[in-house]
Ligand binder design. Structure first.
Ligand SMILES: *[C@@H]1O[C@H](CO)[C@@H](O)[C@H](O)[C@H]1NC(C)=O
Ligand SMILES: *[C@@H]1O[C@H](CO)[C@@H](O)[C@H](O)[C@H]1NC(C)=O
Ligand SMILES: *[C@@H]1O[C@H](CO)[C@@H](O)[C@H](O)[C@H]1NC(C)=O
Length: 363
């Protein structure tokens, strides 16, 4: 319509509709994303910036050992297996302990072949000091500045790390190389090097126990006959997936199947929200860490707590019918938790967002 003036364009009702659609589209794209909650719709103003991308691995000391390359030559030892890149996402934020945590985690990750570390900092601008540290470790990395939108800073509890993880997921969607596996590893966790062999073979979504979580001192899937049948986590709260952020890994192939999936700004429900958004089904979960009987990642934090005392029917502890008995025995031997048939925090299994008591019955 080259000679039509603006008003006559507006008199055309289809034009009006198109105009408002355009306005909506502009608002939509300029504000990033919309978050739907049951109460209201909030406009999220995310402003993320990629500070530095380094795809070059300058490590020369990596040795091929069972710890870094796995022990099973059929699968984990093959070149095919090692060709899978682990995208390790770490949200961080400025505080007294920040660089101590970065050094500790970086020196763990230095030992892991074919790993790309994505460090997303909760800051408005790129911290050159962080870049200097990341560069020294030698593995490929991406440094992102991804401040939490102001709206959420005043919330209690604050959804810390969400803007960072969302920015990292977006980066992976655009830059991730397949085969690849995405994993969320916080800077205050401790990672057993054997974990990386486990997550590298993730085909869709894998899960495994995380030590030092909640009132049980552990959060773990419960496995029977090689399948996940429920979860052992002291805080269920209607979560369909009551797991810790460090307790699962997702392949890039699986992530790609749900291009709109992301993590909600909802403190405590980030894992559940993300796993719901990728449309995960129970039967798809690949249990790792010897059918979820071992702890390969710990939510250490920089603090001290007493071992958990778990009130649970002894039959669950003595039986090897599910992974729970062997897991509780492992935790006992490591001094992380104790079980008692009559006292302590009540044990329960979570399934389909509901908790079932285990103090007087078996899994
Ligand atoms: C986004 O910006 C608008 C306008 O400044 C503000 O009203 C809204 O609360 C902001 N949203 C968030 C999540 O910060
Ligand atoms: C896990 O359990 C399944 C079914 O019992 C078994 O076939 C498999 O070998 C176990 N995996 C490991 C690593 O122990
Ligand atoms: C993702 O979002 C876009 C834009 O809103 C929509 O067109 C598309 O259908 C969505 N894809 C899926 C798989 O839900």
């Amino acid at each position: 319509m080259p000679h039509m003036n603006l008003m006559s364009y507006f008199r055309n009702s289809a034009g009006v509709l198109m105009f408002f659609c355009l306005i909506l589209y502009v608002v939509w794209t300029s504000t990033g994303d919309y978050e739907r909650s049951s109460v209201a719709t909030v406009t999220i103003n995310e402003s993320t910036f990629v500070c530095k991308e380094n795809f070059i691995d300058t490590r020369t000391f990596l040795v091929k050992s069972p710890i870094t390359h796995g022990t099973d030559t059929n699968e984990t030892g093959s070149d095919n297996f090692m060709s899978t890149t682990i995208y390790f996402i770490t949200p961080t934020y400025p505080r007294r302990e920040q660089f101590a945590e970065i050094v500790r985690l970086g020196q763990t990750l230095m030992n892991v072949p074919n790993l790309h570390w994505i460090v997303a900092d909760d800051t408005d601008s790129c911290n050159p000091q962080l870049d200097e540290f990341l560069n020294r470790f030698g593995m490929p990395y991406t440094h992102i500045s991804s401040p939490m939108p102001d709206f959420y800073r005043s919330q209690k509890p604050m959804p810390r790390g969400v803007a960072n993880r969302r920015a990292a997921i977006n980066w992976i969607r655009q830059n991730g190389k397949k085969p690849g596996v995405m994993y969320f590893g916080d800077d205050d966790n401790t990672f057993d090097l054997r974990l990386f062999n486990e997550i590298r073979s993730t085909k869709g979504v894998s899960m495994f126990p995380v030590g030092l979580i909640g009132l049980y001192s552990v959060s773990a899937p419960i496995v029977r006959h090689g399948k996940v049948i429920g979860f052992f986590d002291s805080w269920v709260s209607q979560r369909l997936w009551p797991v810790d952020m460090a307790g699962f890994a997702v392949s890039l192939e699986y992530l790609e199947k749900s291009p709109n999936s992301t993590m909600p700004y909802k403190a405590g429900f980030e894992e559940d929200g993300f796993l719901r958004s990728i449309g995960l089904r129970m039967h798809e979960i690949e249990p790792k860490a010897k059918n979820c009987t071992e702890i390969l990642v710990w939510h250490t934090q920089t603090k001290k707590e007493k071992p958990a005392l778990i009130h649970i029917d002894d039959r669950n502890v003595e039986s090897a019918d599910s992974s729970l008995g062997p897991l509780l025995k492992t935790l006992e031997s490591l001094g992380v938790s104790h079980t008692n048939p009559s006292s302590g925090v009540k044990a329960q299994i979570a399934k389909n967002s509901k908790a079932k008591d285990l103090t007087n019955r078996t899994v």
